[in-house]
Design a protein around this ligand. Structure first.
Ligand code: 1HN
Length: 350
């Protein structure tokens, strides 16, 4: 409210507010400025989680509760600016999940879309609608909304991955559904590698043939590290880095060439040693994982050191500069695709 009111009017307005409140009526003019801000004012904070610290707590939890007891044994990486929300950004969730040798995380499905980005361990699996993805470090594995998924560790080492989900987005729309399969694991109905062969090679089953098996809109769910890392390496040999991103590749859904899931975009980037990015702000708060290398994230002028396997969250509309002290490879995910569909996405490149 900008106009100056007389004392009398102010007193009478206060009395009016008090009278209206029991009927759930409120004056917009008191809150308009906070609702419609000239630019984003996210309550989320910039935050970095050191992997070694989080890993230690996760392994301690592993001594105390099984994956089956917990359903999912996960430490939530909650944004310190969004306490009690289980959110990493206002629209996205991040957590670190542990599955120990011999364990099964039981089969369920839910409306929320999930991605897994493998931090350590080798050979455990996620099964999506009855097909296993054998996971290796820095693989990206998707479980799109409403697809059955269970995890199992038949290897001899603990397996830890980052879970990225659109939980806050689904909560926002009050659109959460979930159910459990009566059995702990989905029957293995599809041979290993089947989906990658059908959809992961710039081809797809002929429409309307019996070879068209996975859901049309979300077929591919495994993006192996050696493939995406090799593509990034090829970019470094064939051209200059983008001044804001470095060498960057977005993971795509082969069904439509768009983002990996309706609510989540994911990408990787490589900043060559010594590279300093130009400053950039965007409306999609982003969760980053350091895959390799060291560097500094400068967010609104404040430096945050980055080491391998750290997780960093940069909320909406904070100005980010990245400095690579050695070749720095980052994985990142955000709600960019959802914002683009809603006509909300904006960026400012300095
Ligand atoms: C979930 O289903 C998984 O399937 C991981 O591994 C983390 C966090 C919140 C809600 C559901 C999983 C989750 C989750």
């Amino acid at each position: 409210m900008s106009a100056v009111l007389s004392n009398d009017a102010t007193t009478q307005l206060k009395a009016l507010y008090a009278e209206m409140q029991p009927r759930s009526l409120y004056p917009l003019w008191e809150v308009l400025g906070a609702l419609v801000t000239p630019q984003p004012r996210s309550p989320a904070q910039v935050h970095r989680w050191r992997y070694a610290e989080a890993r230690d707590y996760l392994l301690r939890a592993g001594d105390l509760i099984s994956a089956a007891q917990a359903e999912r044994r996960v430490l939530i990486m909650e944004n310190p600016g969004l306490p009690g929300s289980s959110c990493a950004t206002s629209s996205l969730y991040a957590g670190l999940q542990l599955i120990l040798p011999g364990e099964i995380a039981p089969c369920h499905r839910h409306a929320q879309c999930a991605l897994r980005f493998v931090m350590e361990g080798e050979g455990a699996f996620t099964a999506v609608d009855g097909e296993k993805a054998i996971m290796r470090p820095f693989d990206l594995v998707l479980t799109p909304g409403w697809q059955w998924h269970d995890h199992g560790n038949t290897s001899t080492q603990p397996m830890i991955w980052l879970d990225g989900l659109d939980i806050p987005t689904v909560l926002h729309f009050d659109a959460s559904f979930a159910e459990h399969l009566p059995e702990s694991a989905h029957p293995e109905t599809v041979p290993f590698g089947d989906t990658s062969a059908r959809y992961g090679r710039n081809m797809r089953p002929m429409r309307g043939t019996a070879t068209d098996r996975r859901p049309h809109s979300q077929p591919l769910f495994h993006y192996p590290y050696p493939e995406w890392r090799d593509s990034l390496a090829a970019l470094t040999r064939s051209g200059d880095p983008d001044p804001h991103f470095g060498h960057a590749l977005e993971f795509t859904n082969p069904a439509d060439g768009g983002a990996v899931m309706p609510t989540i975009s994911a990408h990787v980037r490589l900043l060559p040693s010594g590279f300093v990015s130009r400053p950039r702000a965007s409306t999609d708060g982003t969760v980053f994982v350091v895959v390799e290398g060291r560097g500094v994230a400068r967010v609104d002028g404040k430096d945050i050191a980055l080491e391998a396997k750290d997780t960093l969250v940069v909320p909406s509309w904070r100005t980010l500069v990245l400095e690579a002290e050695s070749d720095l490879v980052l994985f990142g995910y955000s709600d960019r695709t959802a914002q683009e569909k809603l006509g909300l996405f904006r960026e400012h490149r300095g």
